[in-house]
Write a new protein. Structure first.
Length: 265
């Protein structure tokens, strides 16, 4: 079969938002800021804001000065840098400016996953302090399973299969749910249901369902392999990195759980 370039694999909404960021990319390039610097700054700010959110929710006297909407705006702005770094990288390519093309995707994947894992473990700690075992457990589960959709996609693309991103299972959707649940952890939706365990339960279910579908596509012999060799090679590198990050996530989550819930002798 002749290899061909696939249609865009990301959800169309990503392209729309990314195009709006192009003027920002133009200004950043003129300032000498690189895509990797944007990625690293976004990762550091994302982790810092998640930790700050946990501190706010553990201290009611502080929470009255830092409302949930302010936390959501901060985290949303930080996560927008995840799209800005890609837009800036494409702008660099368009104008022929040199950049480290092999390092960029690795830095991006690593910072995204560290930020997400930190977010869920911070929420698990807050849930533990309010004695919400279910909220704690589902947050710890998310800290592991949020990696699996990306693993499934990388595996499929390594095998040449196209995985188009649906609206529900997309990374922006899961990140959006995480931002809301992180910003309003101790608030209730209705009938006493807290936002954090409710939205994290939805995220966990979406992550598992999305991963299962992507693994199915990866292993289905009826799905044609159409991706070019270069894309397959990039996916293979990304898969190795994601598997390592997932292993670290499992160890971190397990260590947290054992420390918080030591076995009864």
């Amino acid at each position: 079969m002749i290899e061909q370039s696939p249609d865009t694999r990301n959800h169309p909404a990503r392209g729309v938002v990314s195009s709006l960021l192009t003027p920002v990319s133009v200004k950043l390039e003129k300032l000498g800021i690189t895509p990797n610097e944007v990625t690293i700054f976004g990762g550091i700010s994302g982790v810092s804001l998640r930790i700050f959110s946990a501190i706010v929710h553990l201290n009611p006297e502080l929470h009255q000065f830092v409302p949930g909407w302010a936390l959501a705006v901060g985290m949303g702005s930080s996560d927008c840098l995840d799209m800005l770094d890609g837009n800036l990288a494409r702008y660099f390519d368009k104008i022929g400016k040199k950049r480290n093309k092999s390092l960029g995707p690795k830095v991006d994947v690593t910072t995204d996953r560290i930020s997400a894992s930190a977010s869920y473990l911070c929420k698990a700690f807050v849930a533990r302090q309010r004695q919400d075992l279910y909220g704690e457990a589902v947050a710890v589960g998310c800290s592991i399973f949020h990696n699996l959709p990306s693993v499934g996609r990388a595996l499929a693309e390594q095998r040449g299969k196209v995985v188009k991103e649906g609206a529900i299972g997309s990374y922006p959707t899961r990140a959006g749910l995480d931002i809301i649940s992180s910003s309003f952890q101790n608030d209730a939706l209705f009938a006493g249901l807290l936002i954090q365990p409710t939205l994290d339960s939805a995220t966990l279910a979406i992550s598992i369902a999305t991963a299962a579908e992507r693994f199915r596509i990866a292993m289905d012999p009826k799905v044609p392999a159409v991706l070019p060799v270069e894309v397959r090679s990039q996916a293979a590198d990304r898969l190795s990195l994601l598997l390592g990050i997932t292993a670290v996530s499992v160890l971190t989550a397990g260590s947290y759980w054992l420390a918080s819930h030591p076995p009864v002798s």
